[in-house]
Ligand binder design. Structure first.
Ligand SMILES: NC(=O)C1=CN([C@@H]2O[C@H](COP(=O)(O)OP(=O)(O)OC[C@H]3O[C@@H](n4cnc5c(N)ncnc54)[C@H](OP(=O)(O)O)[C@@H]3O)[C@@H](O)[C@H]2O)C=CC1
Ligand SMILES: O=C1O[C@H](COP(=O)(O)O)[C@@H](O)[C@H](O)[C@H]1O
Length: 496
């Protein structure tokens, strides 16, 4: 992989007056600037329809990062690299003006025509923008041009395919960086390192030693002000098709022959191809959906999903999904990968629990505490680290066994230097490292898997609401594991 050390580019943000730009993109660019990971000569051009001036745009940028800067001169210097260009992206004639502006900025900062076009807008605009960038010559420079695309990448396989065809008319696959922000998370990136740099784990990472793997991504927040988007998405499209399936792929893939983008992607694709296909009839045996009703969240009474704004009072949209994925290959035959995600659950937590099989014979079977299986827990967020659950002899006489934990907390050691997911991904995009972005093959396979589930759910109305806000989801999700002889490991206070 030939990546730049200290990239130098103009970043064009389409949707620069929006929420994502302010909450995630500006602070990430600031952190890259402060840590000198990008060249000090850089420029950011913001596009939106609002008739802002450069000064108004810069003041919005400053607001987004103010809390992390002590000196106003530093803030002013950083914000001075930001320029605003108001136009409606559906208007082709405005792209020529943008082109002129980018050339000027290349000259002013000595940038060799490198451009990152970041689509922080609704997906219906992605194809139009890509086409206009190409037809108006904004990508024809001496340097590189890359297109960063936010989720959702389509609504199902046909719409994702259509979108992909549109952007592929203007950009080649290796110029397209599809964001899945979970791939930018420190501990998601650590999955590969934990697996492939520890003989202890890789030698037992298969169906002979692992009984099941559980991936949980729970949220305390409800749908907030995103009802309009979420009604057409639901937890399956919003979280499972992308973040959860990506984590499963990283957990299940074979070691790549090299740590190179194409090699890693190709191993992830093989996992997705090995997923046991479901028919609509199979769906109830493998997947459970839920929708929150009113309840108590962190000691406050909160409304049910159907009472949220921009949500149909009869909504059939799921805010919770639990599922069992089977990977029918030599390594994983017979090992269920359980996943669950939901809004308005008990805690904000993303965790992976790898449960190892019991020993063939238990010498300590008279001991009530001795039945604890070995677990490897990968804490993705909010805590970052790993815990290994083992059994050891209790101090004192006798041979009593007690469960013990070996803990490594990554963000306790380096709390302030852990890069935020978007910071990491923007940096990778600027360096030309596409490893932590999703290839079209992964996107299409995950849509094809998920589409069967959504079709089954669209044709049968669910009995919603079926879990109270502030709980861990519907009872049926527990039964999904119980029928296989397992249970969900709690996401807080696992074993003391
Ligand atoms: N917000 C978040 O946390 C996350 C967002 N995303 C994705 O990021 C994208 C953006 O989300 P978000 O920032 O929340 O959305 P917002 O609604 O906050 O922002 C939309 C942006 O698009 C601009 N815009 C809309 N129509 C036009 C147009 N015709 N021409 C030019 N500009 C236009 C708006 O500018 P103006 O109003 O000035 O016209 C605004 O800057 C979406 O794809 C979303 O799914 C993904 C993950 C998380
Ligand atoms: O992509 C999304 O992710 C967030 C959860 O992200 P996290 O980093 O806070 O775990 C989720 O709230 C949102 O609905 C979804 O679109």
């Amino acid at each position: 992989m030939n990546t730049e050390h200290k990239p130098k580019a103009v970043i064009v943000i389409f949707g620069a007056t929006g929420d994502l730009a302010k909450r995630k993109l500006f602070p990430s660019i600031y952190r890259l600037h402060r840590s000198k990971k990008i060249d000090s000569d850089f420029a950011v051009v913001g596009v939106g329809r609002r008739p802002w001036t450069n000064e108004e745009f810069r003041s919005n940028v400053s607001d987004s990062i103010q809390s992390s800067i002590k000196q106003s001169s530093e803030l002013d210097e950083f914000a001075s690299h930001f320029y605003y260009h108001p136009f409606d992206v559906t208007n082709p004639s405005s792209y020529l003006e943008l082109k002129g502006m980018l050339s000027e900025l290349d000259g002013k900062y000595g940038i060799p025509g490198n451009r990152m076009f970041y689509m922080a807008m609704a997906p219906e605009f992605f194809g139009t923008i890509a086409r206009n960038l190409k037809s108006e010559g904004l990508t024809a420079t001496e340097g590189w041009s890359r297109l960063v695309i936010e989720k959702p990448f389509g609504h199902d396989l046909p719409s994702a395919q259509e979108l992909n065809d549109e952007i592929r008319e203007a950009f080649s696959e290796d110029q397209i960086y599809r964001i899945d922000h979970y791939l930018g998370k420190q501990m998601v990136q650590n999955i590969e390192v934990i697996r492939f740099s520890n003989a202890l784990f890789e030698s037992v990472w298969n169906n002979r030693y692992i009984s099941n793997i559980q991936v949980t991504s729970s949220e305390v927040l409800g749908v907030e002000d995103r009802g309009r988007y979420y009604e057409n998405s639901g937890a399956l499209r919003d979280m499972v098709q992308n973040h959860l399936m990506q984590m499963v792929a990283l957990l299940a893939m074979e070691p790549p022959i090299k740590l190179e983008t194409d090699e890693i992607r190709s191993e992830k694709v093989k996992v997705m191809r090995a997923l046991r296909p479901l028919t609509e009839k199979d769906v109830p045996d493998y997947f459970v959906r839920g929708q929150y009703g009113k309840g108590e969240s962190e000691d406050v009474s909160v409304p049910g999903y159907r009472e949220e704004s921009n949500v149909d009072p009869e909504s059939n949209t799921e805010t919770y999904v639990a599922g069992k994925l089977m990977i029918d290959n030599f390594r994983w035959a017979g090992v269920p990968f359980y996943i669950r995600t939901g809004k308005r659950m008990t805690a904000k937590s993303t965790k992976i629990v790898v449960q190892f099989k019991d020993l063939p014979m238990n010498l300590y079977s008279n001991d009530v505490d001795s039945k604890h299986p070995n677990l490897l827990v990968i804490h993705i967020q909010p805590d970052e680290g790993i815990t290994l659950h083992l059994n050891a002899k209790e101090a004192g006489g006798g041979s009593y066994v007690k469960p013990i934990k070996l803990d490594y907390c990554s963000n306790c050691v380096d709390q302030f230097n852990t890069p935020e997911a978007y910071e990491k991904l923007i940096y990778d995009g600027l360096r030309g490292d596409a490893t932590n972005f999703t290839h079209w093959d992964e996107v299409s396979l995950s849509w094809s898997y998920v589409d069967t589930i959504s079709k089954a759910w669209e044709t049968h109305k669910a009995e919603f609401p079926n879990y109270a806000a502030g709980s861990m989801g519907p009872k049926a999700a527990d039964e999904l594991l119980e029928k296989d002889g397992f249970h969900w490991w709690p996401i807080t206070d696992m074993v003391d």
